[in-house]
Design a protein around this ligand. Structure first.
Ligand code: 5RP
Length: 236
């Protein structure tokens, strides 16, 4: 069973998620290191003859899945998906999530919304009593960045969230640009007292393309950790 190291825990969670896959399923393929474990395992099953169709949530996941020979489609070809398997930066007891650490939150949310089920795969470090230790990623239009940043600060403060709102940079120091051509700002608010209220306010800002609060999306979390696999929510 699971070792203590996060990488083994992520792999165990991915392996447990693979058991939910049935022939003929249309699957959303998440982004990040845990989702990459799932895609790698799925690729092996496809090589053994499993028939599935994948819709990747990022160019990174597309490249990985393509290299493994997983048949792929877009949401235009397959607008309704059976299940999405994706990671998360945090999840709380109500299965509310913070996502976007890997910069793919917009496509991840679009794909999750098109799926009957969203199964989150994670190691135990992602479980929190309350969301917000992980800085909340918010995808914003490149046009009007500073004005949007100011509005995010104002609207967040109105629901008790204060902290730095930093433009995400690449390791070379350039502004990070998402697969959809937008910037991401990381909001270090600390604990978020009312995620739904914050989400409503962020959604109302024109320059906000999407935010990393996934509320009401995850149907289950498969968590790998020192106690082995733990399931939250319903897998069916
Ligand atoms: C990418 C995400 C990832 O799912 C999240 O960052 C978790 O990544 P990892 O599995 O590498 O810990 O939201 O945008």
């Amino acid at each position: 069973m699971s070792g203590l190291d996060p990488e083994s825990a992520k792999q165990e969670a991915a392996a447990a998620a693979l058991e939910l896959v049935r022939p003929g399923m249309r699957l959303g393929l998440g982004t990040g290191s845990t989702a990459a474990h799932f895609i790698a395992l799925l690729g092996k099953k496809v090589a053994q003859g499993l028939d599935v169709l994948g819709v990747p949530t990022s160019e990174r996941s597309r490249a990985q899945a393509e290299a493994l020979g997983i048949p792929l489609a877009t949401l235009d070809d397959a607008p309704g998906l059976d299940m999405t398997i994706d990671g998360a930066d945090e999840f709380d007891p109500q299965l509310r999530l913070i996502k976007g650490g890997g910069g793919a939150l917009l496509r991840e949310k679009i794909v999750a919304a098109a799926s009957q089920r969203m199964i989150v795969v994670a190691d135990s470090s992602k479980a929190v009593a309350r969301l917000g230790k992980f800085p909340l990623p918010v995808e914003v239009s490149t046009f009007g960045l500073e004005a949007t940043r100011r509005l995010i600060g104002r609207e967040a403060a109105a629901v008790g969230c204060r902290g730095s709102i930093d433009l995400r940079k690449t390791s070379e120091g350039r502004a990070f640009v998402s697969d959809s051509g937008n910037y991401i700002v990381d909001c270090a608010f600390g604990l978020i007292p009312a995620p739904e209220d914050l989400a409503t306010r962020l959604n109302a800002i024109p320059g906000v393309v999407e935010h990393g609060l996934f509320l009401g999306f995850a149907t289950a979390v498969i968590m790998g950790g020192p106690k082995g696999i733990e399931i939250y929510g319903s897998l069916s």
